[in-house]
Design a binder for this molecule. Structure first.
Ligand SMILES: O=C(O)c1ccccc1NCC(=O)[C@H](O)[C@H](O)COP(=O)(O)O
Length: 295
């Protein structure tokens, strides 16, 4: 079985190669070159940055992902473009345009784009393409190990980036950088200690992954166990393992604000079945929001 540490080591090697070809200082100056002050860009930083891409995509970048997955009555859905995974192997050969059509038409609130190439068959190019095709806010989903990947995400058109507790080396500085760049951080936690650390580091969006990274098994009750540690003003995203509308309803009943779904939609073998799967889940979540009870 593939081990999570092997995935992360491989990711580190790939990142080192990328950084040798284009060092961090080049990415930073790419930002500076295209930044002309604050016109058309709202950042939480004193030194706002923007890209042409983002300027046309959305003038107000700060918290657009967070806002898009927060609704008073409905639990929102983040659909993931997921060609393959370590636990399933190949999942889908659907072109990104087809998947984005389905996600948009079925009422997704945001889209997650996997950018890891060896185990998920993802790419940064998919993220760049998606940012030109859809208006939905985009999450860069990857094993983010360095600030380099946060800059990359922003330049590629992402509105949010995944930071995994215990994988990103310094959560606090990662979240601060996200704030400076006007990008949201979805901070993924596996237990109570992770959640407490993430909150201390300033996380505004907490993800609970129902997939165990040791053996890749799914336990939707993980969201139930941990939801009460996420304060009501923080956005809670329950990730992984949703296959049916009933699974989604269960996660909603535990107090999730949003649900992230990959295989349950991408595993369908044509566009209309993908639509049925996505739409069925999204419809059942209308009016399903419940108040989270604190532990
Ligand atoms: O999906 C995997 O097999 C996997 C294995 C090891 C680490 C991460 C993994 N997936 C990343 C994700 O978090 C999921 O792609 C995402 O939550 C969607 O999950 P699903 O709906 O179960 O496809």
């Amino acid at each position: 079985m593939i081990q999570i540490q092997d995935i992360i080591s491989q990711r580190r090697k790939d990142l080192q190669k990328t950084m040798e070809i284009k060092p961090l200082k080049d990415l930073k100056s790419q930002f500076e070159d295209i930044s002309d002050g604050s016109k058309g860009f709202v950042s939480r930083s004193k030194n706002p940055l923007k890209t042409e891409n983002l300027k046309t995509r959305n003038p107000k970048n700060a918290e657009i992902f967070k806002d898009s997955i927060t609704h008073e009555e409905n639990v929102c859905v983040i659909c993931e473009y997921k060609p393959a995974s370590p636990s399933m192997g190949d999942i889908s050969s659907a072109p990104i345009k087809d998947a984005l059509d389905v996600f948009g038409e079925s009422g997704a609130s945001a889209v997650s784009i996997l950018t890891e190439k060896n185990f998920f068959k993802g790419s940064l190019n998919n993220l760049k393409s998606a940012s030109k095709i859809t208006e939905l806010p985009l999450l860069r989903k990857d094993f983010v190990l360095d600030e380099y990947q946060i800059y990359e995400a922003k330049l590629a058109g992402a509105s949010a980036v995944l930071l995994i507790c215990g994988v990103y080396p310094d959560l606090s500085s990662g979240i601060n950088l996200c704030n400076d760049l006007g990008i949201d951080a979805l901070v993924e936690c596996k237990n109570r200690v992770d959640i407490e650390g993430a909150l201390k580091a300033g996380a505004q969006i907490i993800g609970i992954n129902n997939r165990n990274f040791e053996d890749f098994t799914i336990d939707l009750k993980k969201t139930q166990k941990l939801a009460g540690y996420v304060p009501p003003e923080i956005v809670l995203v329950s990730e992984s393992g949703v296959k049916t509308p009933d699974d989604a309803k269960l996660l909603a009943s535990y107090g999730a604000d949003a649900i992230l779904i990959g295989t349950g939609i991408m595993g369908e073998n044509n566009k209309s079945k993908m639509f049925e799967a996505a739409n069925g889940i999204i419809n059942v979540l209308n009016g399903s929001k419940v108040e989270r009870t604190s532990n």
